[in-house]
Ligand binder design. Structure first.
Ligand SMILES: *Cc1c(COP(=O)(O)O)cnc(C)c1O
Length: 349
């Protein structure tokens, strides 16, 4: 199989290609550790821990993430949640009213919303009956204005992973950026695509600290790509998008990765227990296989069951209106106690 001839610059939006980025005061002088007198950024000089602007390139945090993920610092960009990263990606590559992205429903709803906000059209190529990729249809759908393809792997809300040969085929054949959203990768039996970053110049991987890493509240999204792609997104990134508290908190939490890994193992154990229990509930018609921290189930009447659960104080996600997800509910794996509550309530509905 021959790879497509790939040229990043031909994909970048013209205004971004020609952009002279804003140069913030702190970007012109970066040496934070030296004992300098900072009179350049109109800050309040009284030290309270947060009176200075944060490092706009988050170097210390990236160095730590570089070790954790085995990816070079210049292949990393950080966002205020991965939702910000996804928005930056669309704005970097897509010309409003002209370019398109491909999305693969049922999938994470933000790709469509972000495209809509940016006046970029999105073409949907449905997953097949097993929620797998229709590779030929995806490639057939792409035109010269199709800049990006969004793959959520493992996929939300279905929970499954895609066959890696199919993803690899798309990376080789799709003549644009392939974004693999790995929000749930830490729960998966399949490996991250991070190790393949150098192999595919059109590969962009997003991850987040919001799910497995337990830090949804501090908003940190990770983007991994070639140096040239990272430099290009950096041109349009708001200079101070990651605040000081987030940078410090994450560095502190990552001192004990073993603790996070133990939590992930425990969530996976709970997932197995919950899957087993769900199989025994009479009105649950299907429990879909999952590589994430949630389980998609098909029930007799999703909206009725959803409301019954609400009345018992349990909130799940009703996905019945999503393509291919009629009467489906998405249930996040909770603590052992929360899962017991759910199972007891379901048994008595
Ligand atoms: C939760 C989720 C995100 C959002 O992550 P944030 O970093 O919290 O913005 C991105 N992609 C998928 C598939 C998700 O489920």
């Amino acid at each position: 199989m021959t790879s497509i001839d790939f040229n990043i610059n031909s994909l970048v939006r013209t205004s971004v290609k020609n952009l002279k980025p804003y140069s913030s005061a702190r970007e012109e002088y970066k040496d934070f550790d030296k004992d300098m007198v900072f009179l350049d950024a109109n800050e309040n000089p009284n030290n309270n821990g947060v009176n200075r602007y944060p490092d706009s390139q988050q170097l210390k945090l990236k160095q730590r993430l570089s070790k954790l993920k085995h990816v070079r610092v210049n292949n990393i960009l950080l966002g205020n949640g991965s939702d910000e990263v996804l928005d930056l990606l669309i704005r970097t590559f897509c010309e409003p009213k002209k370019d398109q992205i491909i999305i693969l429903p049922p999938t994470y709803g933000m790709y469509q919303v972000l495209a809509d906000i940016n006046n970029v059209s999105s073409i949907s190529v449905a997953l097949d009956n097993n929620f797998q990729l229709r590779v030929d249809d995806i490639l057939k759908t792409a035109t010269s204005n199709t800049k990006m393809l969004f793959l959520c792997a493992p996929n939300n809300p279905t929970g499954n992973h895609f066959k890696s040969q199919k993803i690899e085929f798309l990376l080789k054949k799709f003549n644009g950026i392939v974004v693999i959203d790995e929000a749930y990768i830490d729960f998966s039996s399949q490996k991250s695509w991070l190790a393949k970053l150098d192999e595919f110049p059109n590969l962009v991987i997003t991850q987040t600290l919001s799910k497995a890493y337990g830090m949804a509240g501090i908003r940190l999204g990770l983007c991994f790509a070639s140096k040239i792609i990272i430099e290009t997104i950096n041109k349009i990134k708001p200079p101070y998008n990651i605040n000081i508290l987030t940078q410090q908190y994450v560095l502190q939490q990552l001192q004990n990765v073993a603790h996070i890994e133990a939590q992930i193992q425990n969530i996976k154990k709970q997932r197995k227990r919950l899957e087993h229990a769900l199989h025994s509930i009479s009105f649950i018609e299907q429990v879909y296989p999952t590589e994430t921290n949630f389980i998609l189930i098909k029930v007799d009447d999703a909206t009725k069951r959803y409301q019954q659960l609400i009345n018992k104080g349990i909130v799940v996600r009703n996905r019945t209106s999503q393509l291919g997800c009629k009467n489906c509910l998405r249930i996040t794996v909770g603590t052992s106690k929360e899962n017991n509550t759910l199972i007891n309530v379901l048994k008595n509905l």
